[in-house]
Design a protein around this ligand. Structure first.
Ligand code: THU
Length: 133
């Protein structure tokens, strides 16, 4: 198996842990760090719908809260009609840590390989000088 296939398999496995009683749309993500570790995530929905956490952000939060900052690849899996590309919120959260992340989106039949900078070419960034002090 290639590393991309391994990541998609990890994302597929993670999707099995999704908590998605409202949408019934299970998503899994697998984030590969620059030093070769893999952090997975699944979507976690909430009765207050806006509090729902996407699979991709769940993976990023797990990785960053364990000290990781440098990400090489993110695989996303859902058994959807089209391979599930990350939503805008997840792209912005990923962009916080740099533009060079390969994105591998897969369903059971097709895979799209692209990059964060292609999906979100001009993310929002704060100029540190504008933050006072
Ligand atoms: N979802 C993700 O996990 N990732 C995305 O990039 C888009 C959407 C989840 C959120 C919600 O639980 C379900 O998919 C339907 O929107």
């Amino acid at each position: 198996m290639t590393i991309d296939e391994q990541l998609v398999a990890a994302a597929r496995e993670a999707a099995a842990e999704a908590y998605a009683p409202y949408s019934d749309f299970a998503v899994g993500a697998a984030l590969l760090t620059a030093d070769g570790l893999v952090y997975t995530g699944a979507n976690v929905e909430n009765a207050s719908f806006g509090l729902t956490m996407c699979a991709e952000r769940a993976a990023v939060v797990k990785a960053v809260s364990e000290g990781q900052r440098d990400f090489a690849k993110l695989a996303i899996f859902a058994a959807s009609a089209e391979p599930p590309l990350p939503c805008g919120a997840c792209l912005q959260v990923l962009a916080e840590f740099g533009p060079d992340v390969e994105i591998i989106a897969s369903n059971d039949t097709a895979t799209i390989v692209t990059t964060l900078s292609e999906l979100l070419p001009r993310p929002f960034h704060i100029e540190q000088d504008a933050c006072g002090d």
